[in-house]
Ligand binder design. Structure first.
Ligand SMILES: *Cc1c(COP(=O)(O)O)cnc(C)c1O
Length: 382
């Protein structure tokens, strides 16, 4: 019985060829391929400026810095997200204020944000959780007049749409991940996109030690111009090796999204006949790339979430527990939550699981997954 994983990147000989070209060129660190990837990514995501980074976590750090978030500020974030979303505010001396999410989308809402705003709130990080587009317009309408910067953590969102445009296009600052658990991968990698040219220029500097002249520009001239370090920066660069892979991956994105949505539809159609398993769905304002196809194991289903994971594992299927709740982690012990409770977050974290879904998942493999789910629904697995 072959193993079915929850996720597998789709890469091939085109990526190998792109890497070989970069190696032969002799320039492997941040250089022309990174610039090319940035330009193509900005175009694909309908963004004005793109700055490649080492990963999405460092892009979030840069986003908060360029937005002017610092010591003593509050940043409203969902607890229901990968830990990096909650960690980023601490990097700049700010405090995360956790809010709950909507049970259908797993994303924050304008009402939730509104209840958590205080005079100290400087920014809000909204997440396209599992690829589901967050309804950002009402959140911008609330925050923009108050001078609160809305940052979109679109780590999972490449290929998702909001009101007919790519997610992130409606934010002033958006961050992206190219970790293999997301749709596009460069091994590790990230991107910051922004509509603000000054923020883009500062992020570009900060990711490279805040050097006044980039390494690529110095390399381009025989007599390198003297550089200056204008503030305390970081090394958050992507390499040309990664960017070359990213360019090929970006070309695959439409095909990846098409196949993922086809597989998601097949899951959803089959789950309609299984009582007690509620799948994530497209919201009315957009389409998901289904980066995480999660189902909630509802009360009344014969098996609990852990038992269902075990049933899947015994059939060679590696599903995963649903999205985590940051406020429950030891790192956040003692951190107070926002005005609202985190009831939905805790319910979803405890009762959801993520089913295998990746570009090369075969129909027969998906049928194997569904067979375990329907057998479990009939109590045939306990
Ligand atoms: C994966 C993920 C991140 C972190 O991305 P890295 O590229 O691994 O740093 C941040 N936020 C969310 C919502 C994620 O899913």
């Amino acid at each position: 019985m072959s193993r079915i994983n929850v996720m597998k990147p789709w890469m091939g000989s085109e990526e190998v060829l792109a890497l070989a070209e970069v190696i032969a060129s002799g320039w492997v660190a941040q250089g022309p391929r990174v610039a090319e990837f940035e330009a193509q990514f900005a175009e694909a995501m309908d963004a004005a400026h793109a700055v490649a980074t080492s990963n999405c976590t460092t892009a979030l750090h840069l986003a908060l810095l360029v937005a002017g978030v610092g010591q003593g500020d509050e940043v409203v974030v969902p607890s229901f997200s990968f830990i990096a979303t909650a960690n980023a505010p601490s990097y700049v001396g700010a405090r995360p204020v956790f809010i709950d999410v909507d049970p259908l989308t797993g994303c924050v809402t304008a009402e939730g944000v509104a209840a958590a705003i205080t005079p100290r709130t400087r920014a809000v990080i909204v997440v396209d959780q599992g690829g589901v587009p967050v309804d950002i317009d009402p959140i911008r309408a609330l925050c923009d007049p108050l001078g609160i910067v809305v940052i979109e953590d679109a780590a999972c969102g490449a290929g998702s749409n909001y009101k007919g445009r790519p997610v992130g296009a409606g934010a002033v600052l958006t961050t992206w991940s190219f970790h293999p658990r997301k749709l596009l991968t460069t091994g590790e990698g990230g991107m910051l996109t922004t509509s603000n040219p000054e923020w883009a220029a500062r992020a570009r500097r900060l990711r490279e030690h805040a050097m006044s002249v980039s390494a690529a520009d110095r390399q381009a001239s025989l007599l390198a111009p003297a550089e200056e370090y204008v503030e305390i920066g970081f090394n958050y660069r992507m390499t040309d090796l990664q960017a070359a892979v990213g360019i090929v991956q970006l070309g695959r994105l439409p095909e990846i999204v098409r196949r993922r949505r086809e597989l998601a539809r097949a899951y959803t159609e089959a789950l309609a006949d299984i009582d007690g398993l509620r799948p994530v769905a497209d919201p009315e304002w957009g389409t998901s790339n289904f980066q995480s196809y999660w189902v909630e194991v509802e009360e009344g289903f014969p098996l609990g979430r852990e038992e269902l994971l075990e049933a899947l594992a015994s059939a060679g299927i590696s599903a995963r527990r649903g999205i985590m709740a940051a406020h429950r982690q030891p790192a956040y012990q003692g951190v107070e939550v926002g005005a609202e409770s985190l009831r939905v977050t805790e319910r979803l974290t405890d009762n959801t699981l993520i089913l295998p879904l990746f570009h090369q998942l075969e129909d027969e493999e998906q049928s194997r997954v569904l067979a375990v789910l329907s057998d479990s629904a009939r109590g045939e697995f306990s």
